[in-house]
Design a protein around this ligand. Structure first.
Ligand SMILES: Cc1cc2nc3c(=O)[nH]c(=O)nc-3n(C[C@H](O)[C@H](O)[C@H](O)COP(=O)(O)O)c2cc1C
Length: 138
């Protein structure tokens, strides 16, 4: 991943570790924070979204939009969610549990539950609009 995305991702990770009180050089604590992914951050439910392997980038974008809609509908029900690419690390183990039909590929996981407001957690900063959007015309 090239610039500026690499730097933005690193900055987001630093903010998150800082919010969790994890020191920069404490590798074990950092690993524990990452490993929380595979405990669904304590959430009671997980969703695993699979795609037909024959699908290309356009359909992967469709799946992203679909999941966004799921997340908005969850909010309408008072629930919170966290999309997680981290599940791809353990895609084989996930497949052992959910037994997906042949020909599917794990696209994304999602933890679902209620936000624990007591957990010190920084929401991701967004890059400034001027850096990410170009307005054309009057
Ligand atoms: C496609 C996608 C994959 C993500 N994967 C992970 C992940 O594996 N682990 C994680 O902690 N956050 C992951 N995130 C970030 C969280 O879902 C969430 O966006 C982040 O915690 C910031 O929360 P906020 O959007 O409310 O600011 C991912 C986000 C997206 C859009």
């Amino acid at each position: 991943m090239g610039s500026p995305y690499r730097e933005r991702r690193a900055e987001a990770a630093e903010r998150r570790y800082a919010a969790l009180g994890v020191p920069r050089d404490d590798q074990r604590a950092r690993h524990r924070a990452v490993a929380a992914n595979w405990d669904c951050f304590g959430a009671p439910a997980a969703l695993f979204c699979y795609l037909d392997r024959r699908m290309g980038p356009a359909q992967w974008a469709d799946a992203g939009m679909y999941l966004q809609t799921v997340m908005v509908l969850l909010r309408a029900e008072g629930l919170h969610s966290c999309t997680q690419m981290a599940w791809s690390v353990y895609r084989r183990t996930v497949a052992e549990v959910v037994s997906p039909p042949e020909g599917l590929i794990l696209f994304c996981g999602m933890s679902i539950g209620h936000e624990d407001a007591a957990v010190p957690y920084a929401r991701s900063e967004r890059a400034p609009l001027a850096e990410t959007v170009t307005f054309l015309g009057g």
